[in-house]
Design a protein. Sequence first.
Length: 46
Amino acid sequence: MELELPVTPDVVAWLVGWGPMVRVQEPEMLAEAVLAEHRAALCGME
């Protein structure tokens, strides 16, 4: 799916909700934000 949306916390949360099924190709800052959320979730499991 290709979308043109502003990068907001709601968009990041929506993408994170898809877990490993989502792949953010661009913009890089959105991909990094999604990755940071996944990493934060992993750190919470320790």
